[in-house]
Design a protein around this ligand. Structure first.
Ligand code: HEC
Ligand code: HEC
Ligand code: HEC
Ligand code: HEC
Ligand code: HEC
Ligand code: HEC
Ligand code: HEC
Length: 490
């Protein structure tokens, strides 16, 4: 399998002719293999009953996901993309209509089993409507085009080295970007684009709409906040390596000298982790050695593994490098604070409060920001939703209207403004907005049921029934919708 993969990568990789060794070794890493079309790595599963959703599943050898619930529904989805190299597990994606969706089942390597995907345990119904967020594909693929659903699997050299046709054309005379030669913040941004999430990650307002590229400061594109949680968790977040490393004595005392690549070679994974990392620790700890008589590997005692937060059967390495194995992690501030000092403004903080559910703190900051910049859709949208939840439709409505002037198919504004319009008696306008929202994402059951209800109230039984049928096509585990459909059908 690896050999076949290698051939594939070599055939396509534009760097291969001159950097053969790096291309070959990189192809074996988890990052190069983090997404794939090749599903032969996965095993089929005989029919089994999943107790939370009470659904019977079967996975065929060609990776068709079959599901059924007696007297309710049955159906299939073709799983066509694998996400995750398999150290912990594989998530899968399927295409339906004009969207990519996340499969409700993932494969967990340690347990060697198919189980509900992370986050899917919260809902007792079978959920087939979870559209894959762009951020997910930004971290797990080289590129993704939401219009065509074209996806370039794996993480390409360019994600860290940028695009440099000149470098190739001049056979290396024009230098390619080398992260090692960048100033510390720009250097660290290369890995942080995917390895730093914090408690909230907020997109900066950029009128040009350009996105982060290697060589730039990530903090000009994303404001990342840490802290702000009520309690400190003992588990380790999947993408919390930055936050944890920042808490270590090693990092605090070495500052910019210590970075991810001090210990990790981005192009290969060590064959003997213990020996490899011992050498890395000792490169700094010759002068200040371990105070005990160490009889073993540095990382065994100082970088222990712990359970991953929110993901079953996963374990992650403690990057806060504690003095003692069981030492509690140093507390992160209980207030939301910018990970990179001075890189976030009050608008960014307002959005961070909003996405972490702190409406009272968010409101005054977002109100001020919406006045400073009335074209900032993220700010208008969060502020409108806060007003909406507080029952202040009079304040929410003009904000949704402003958003739709800037972005006519904005999903949140379409769906929420439609609800306000229906209450105000403007059913026809609401129907138009709901249809617009469903065109962008056809798998929104709530929106479609609202639309069906509005059509029904207008006396259009057949159109209402057609919408409910459509809703059930995407989201079959909806007993109430099924009953309604039976009543509507002659
Ligand atoms: C036609 C040959 C050729 C191709 C194709 C090529 N390189 Fe290079 N590259 C070179 C040579 C030669 C050097 C060494 C230049 C030097 O040391 O002065 C180099 C050096 C580099 C460096 C180090 C630059 C530095 O300043 O430290 C990086 C990074 C790099 N290449 C990345 C890439 C990437 C990524 C690709 C594919 C997108 C690529 N190269 C494709 C020939 C090539
Ligand atoms: C485009 C996103 C992206 C960038 C940029 C990126 N990573 Fe990763 N990295 C990932 C993903 C996704 C995984 C998980 C791969 C998997 O197991 O499926 C990962 C996994 C890893 C791992 C774990 C490998 C293992 O054995 O499980 C290390 C170490 C790592 N990255 C280091 C780095 C370093 C160092 C940098 C910067 C030089 C970097 N990454 C840049 C996305 C990225
Ligand atoms: C901010 C970047 C980021 C986002 C967003 C993200 N991931 Fe990841 N994911 C990672 C990194 C980094 C790792 C590796 C962590 C590690 O090994 O410690 C990872 C690990 C995984 C793994 C385990 C891979 C393995 O076997 O080691 C799976 C599966 C996965 N992610 C799926 C997803 C899916 C599906 C989504 C979106 C619905 C998603 N991730 C969103 C960065 C991200
Ligand atoms: C996850 C990010 C990442 C990816 C992906 C990546 N590189 Fe690198 N690369 C780096 C970093 C960081 C350095 C500097 C390493 C250091 O600090 O010594 C580097 C250094 C280099 C160098 C300079 C010489 C050397 O050996 O250090 C070359 C050449 C290079 N990379 C080529 C490639 C090619 C070709 C690919 C794709 C097969 C690739 N890189 C993929 C991050 C990456
Ligand atoms: C870039 C240099 C560097 C590297 C690499 C490094 N450290 Fe450190 N480490 C330091 C410095 C500097 C200190 C602080 C010393 C002091 O406070 O006097 C430190 C402190 C520590 C401490 C004491 C922590 C405490 O809370 O008192 C431990 C334990 C430690 N390092 C273990 C490790 C291990 C294990 C590794 C390898 C996985 C490692 N270090 C890699 C520079 C480094
Ligand atoms: C002082 C050394 C050191 C530094 C610095 C360091 N790591 Fe690690 N990292 C490790 C060790 C040790 C492991 C465990 C490797 C193993 O068990 O094979 C690890 C594992 C990982 C993994 C695999 C998943 C896990 O948690 O076990 C990821 C992803 C990762 N590191 C990302 C990063 C990122 C991103 C940075 C920079 C913010 C970074 N690391 C900095 C030593 C380091
Ligand atoms: C068997 C477990 C174990 C191993 C293996 C181990 N350490 Fe330690 N180390 C400890 C303990 C426990 C302490 C704290 C002792 C104390 O607080 O009095 C410590 C303390 C330290 C300190 C702080 C020293 C000081 O004076 O403040 C450093 C630095 C350190 N270790 C580095 C290392 C390095 C580097 C390695 C690998 C060569 C290593 N340790 C291997 C258990 C271990």
């Amino acid at each position: 399998m690896i050999a076949a993969l290698l051939l594939m990568v070599q055939a396509q990789n534009p760097c291969q002719p001159c950097h053969l060794q790096i291309v070959a070794s990189y192809a074996k890493t988890a990052m190069a293999r983090t997404s794939a079309k090749d599903t032969s790595i996965l095993r089929s599963a005989e029919p089994f009953f999943e107790p939370i959703t009470k659904t019977t599943f079967r996975i065929t050898p060609t990776l068709e996901l079959q599901f059924s619930k007696p007297d309710a529904f049955e159906g299939t989805r073709q799983l066509d993309w694998v996400i995750g190299s398999g150290r912990v597990g594989h998530s899968l994606l399927f295409t339906q209509g004009n969207r990519l969706f996340q499969s409700p089942l993932s494969y967990y390597t340690e347990a060697a089993k198919w189980q509900l995907s992370p986050g899917f345990q919260r809902r007792p119904q079978l959920d087939l409507t979870r559209v894959v967020e762009p951020s997910c594909l930004n971290c797990h693929t080289s590129s993704f085009n939401p219009a065509t659903l074209a996806l370039e699997p794996g993480i390409s050299c360019e994600r860290c080295h940028g695009h440099s046709p000149q470098h190739i054309a001049t056979a290396g005379k024009v230098a390619a970007l080398n992260p090692k030669k960048l100033p510390a913040h720009e250097r660290d941004s290369v890995c942080a684009q995917c390895h730093l999430t914090g408690s909230a990650r907020v997109a900066k307002f950029r009128p040009s709409g350009d996105t982060y590229q290697p060589g730039k400061k990530l903090s000009d594109y994303s404001a990342i906040f840490v802290g702000g949680q009520a309690e400190v968790s003992s588990t380790i977040g999947v993408t919390s390596h930055y936050e944890n490393l920042a808490l270590s004595r090693c990092k605090i005392a070495s500052s910019d000298k210590l970075t991810c690549t001090t210990c990790h070679d981005p192009h290969s994974e060590p064959e003997n982790a213990s020996a490899y990392f011992n050498g890395k620790c000792q490169s700094c700890h010759q002068d200040k050695p371990c105070s005990t008589e160490p009889k073993g590997d540095c990382i065994h005692c100082h970088m222990p593994k712990g359970a991953g937060r929110g993901v079953d059967h996963s374990s992650y390495t403690n990057h806060s490098i504690p003095r003692r194995v069981n030492e509690a992690k140093p507390a992160i501030s209980s207030a939301l604070t910018s990970f990179w000092s001075n890189s976030a403004n009050s608008r960014d903080l307002g959005l961070a409060y909003a996405v972490t559910g702190k409406a009272n703190e968010a409101k005054p900051l977002l109100e001020a920001a919406s006045k400073t910049n009335p074209r900032d859709i993220q700010v208008l949208s969060q502020l409108a939703q806060i007003h909406d939840r507080e029952g202040r439709e009079d304040l929410a409505r003009p904000l949704y209207e402003s958003i739709l002037k800037l972005e006519p198919a904005n999903a949140t504004a379409c769906t929420n403004l439609a609800v306000i319009l229906v209450k105000a008696g403007s059913t026809n306008e609401a129907i138009l907005l709901w249809r617009l929202a469903l065109k962008a994402n056809p798998a929104q059951t709530g929106v479609r049921m609202n639309l069906a209800q509005a059509l029904f109230r207008q006396g259009n039984r057949a159109a209402a029934a057609a919408e409910i049928e459509q809703a059930l096509k995407y989201d079959p585990d909806q007993p109430a919708a099924r009953r309604l459909l039976q009543q509507l059908k002659p």
